[in-house]
Design a protein around this ligand. Structure first.
Ligand SMILES: Cc1ncc(COP(=O)(O)O)c(C=O)c1O
Length: 450
């Protein structure tokens, strides 16, 4: 038996993997990865896989990045972790200073947590608690968008709207008010993204008008609903939403966990609408894909509502053991250092243009309803019927077939249902982009003709 086979057999004896029907792997073993370098992952049988999805959208500057490696090696010999209540550390302070500096204006406070869902929980709780502290105790609800995704802990799941993850747990979840999505896949023929997004905003505006007195916050994924199928919309929607949230005295939570750090063509997606949210949730790319860490950035106004004598119980007592982990903070600082020292946003524009060019041929395929792109996120909507846009039945699992076919050709794609998408690390070369799209094309031909 090869080492790959031995490890995958041991794996199935003891492990239970995320977002996985374990039964699927009876005849399709988990792939044990020995090492990673740049966009490449390598297993124990010397097979290589191009990580076209940045290992669940976390990896920005490649696996085993020398700059981040060096920062971690330095940090580990100094301080690995310390309780973040009553104590602090220089790396955590410096990271917070940098985040305050680079995020949209008005965000002046940084609260750490240790994964994306936890950041969403923090933002929801802070918003609710703010209104309690300010005496607006009737504000207990949240507004979310249809097809949104914010994580899988119970609070985060409640403000999401992807039935696949949410439906079974519904009896456990708080009720939310769900507004129609601005998802431009559904725009009319000839209608621009901006026009459709504006038209869809009218629904949310009405919901706000009718419910604002009971609503703490609107939570949103700026520009791209990622886990909901890389569905995209125009920045005008964010502009209108920001204005409406001010008007109706409701917080705006921008969940940039997936889209932050250069993914959409700007450092943060909110920049494209020139807005500042009341809460900005960050994670994933924050540490360059190295270690779990998240941050919630918020305003002086929100911070000051919690600042009082301890006995008044106004403080935000939320905590995680690994809050502000020093190793994770050092990986994040090194990641931000790469943005500072290189023209990453400019280089991403060149890569994004190349992605647009290489994806053109997909448009001609009889089973492709749409090719859409926002910066370094490109998605291909596969359908059974191009004219009616009738989707393939989900039971047919074309996405899974594409995943398996592409793996056999050395590319890691992980379609969301019938949506093939690309979110590669920013260090991908032109040649690697060509390979990535060639394999995706081949995989698509394979599953649409078999
Ligand atoms: C927009 C968004 N919010 C929150 C999360 C949850 O992050 P985590 O998986 O780290 O809990 C995700 C994860 O995909 C996400 O895409």
């Amino acid at each position: 038996m090869t080492k790959n086979a031995v490890l995958s057999q041991r794996d199935t004896q003891v492990l239970w993997h995320p977002c996985t029907q374990m039964h699927d792997h009876e005849n399709f073993p988990f792939i044990p990865i020995k090492s990673g370098k740049g966009v490449w992952l390598e297993d124990f049988d010397d097979n290589r896989y191009l990580d076209a999805i940045s290992s669940w959208w976390v990896n920005l500057f490649g696996h085993s990045n020398p700059t981040i490696n060096a920062a971690l090696k330095n940090q580990i010999d100094t301080l690995e972790h310390v309780i973040f209540a009553g104590f602090t550390h220089e790396t955590g302070i410096e990271l917070a200073e940098k985040l305050v500096q680079i995020t949209p204006t008005g965000l002046s406070r940084c609260f750490y947590a240790d994964n994306g869902s936890a950041a969403v929980e923090v933002a929801l709780k802070m918003s609710f608690h703010y209104w309690q502290n300010r005496g607006q105790t009737q504000k207990t609800k949240f507004i979310n968008l249809e097809n949104s995704y914010h994580g899988e802990t119970l609070g985060a799941l409640a403000v999401g709207d992807v039935a696949l993850y949410k439906k079974i747990y519904s009896p456990l979840l708080m009720n939310v008010i769900t507004a129609p999505s601005p998802d431009c896949y559904f725009r009319e023929d000839g209608e621009s993204w901006a026009d459709y997004s504006t038209r869809q905003f009218a629904h949310l505006d009405k919901i706000l008008e009718q419910n604002a007195s009971e609503v703490c916050a609107v939570i949103i994924e700026p520009l791209v609903q990622c886990a909901g199928g890389m569905r995209m919309y125009d920045a005008i929607y964010l502009k209108l939403l920001r204005a409406a949230c001010y008007k109706y005295n409701v917080h705006l939570i921008a969940d940039e966990i997936a889209v932050g750090f250069g993914r959409t063509g700007t450092l943060f997606a909110c920049e494209q609408a020139e807005i500042s949210p009341d809460f900005l949730c960050l994670s994933k790319g924050l540490t360059g894909g190295y270690l779990p860490l998240s941050a919630v950035l918020t305003t002086d106004d929100i911070y000051s509502a919690f600042y009082d004598d301890y006995s008044k119980l106004t403080g935000f007592l939320h905590s995680h053991s690994y809050t502000g982990n020093a190793l994770a903070c050092s990986a994040a600082l090194a990641t931000l250092g790469i943005f500072e020292s290189q023209n990453i946003i400019g280089e991403n524009k060149v890569l994004a243009a190349k992605m647009a060019e290489l994806s053109q041929r997909f448009l001609t395929h009889p089973n492709v309803a749409e090719v859409r792109q926002t910066g370094m996120i490109l998605a291909i909507e596969l359908v059974k019927n191009k004219t009616t846009r009738e989707p393939y039945p989900w039971q047919e699992r074309r996405g899974l077939q594409i995943h398996r076919y592409a793996l056999s050709k050395g590319v890691l794609l992980r379609p969301l249902g019938n949506v093939i998408y690309f979110m590669p690390p920013y260090v991908i070369t032109s040649g690697e982009l060509i390979l990535m799209f060639d394999v995706a094309w081949e995989a698509m031909i394979h599953v649409t003709t078999h």
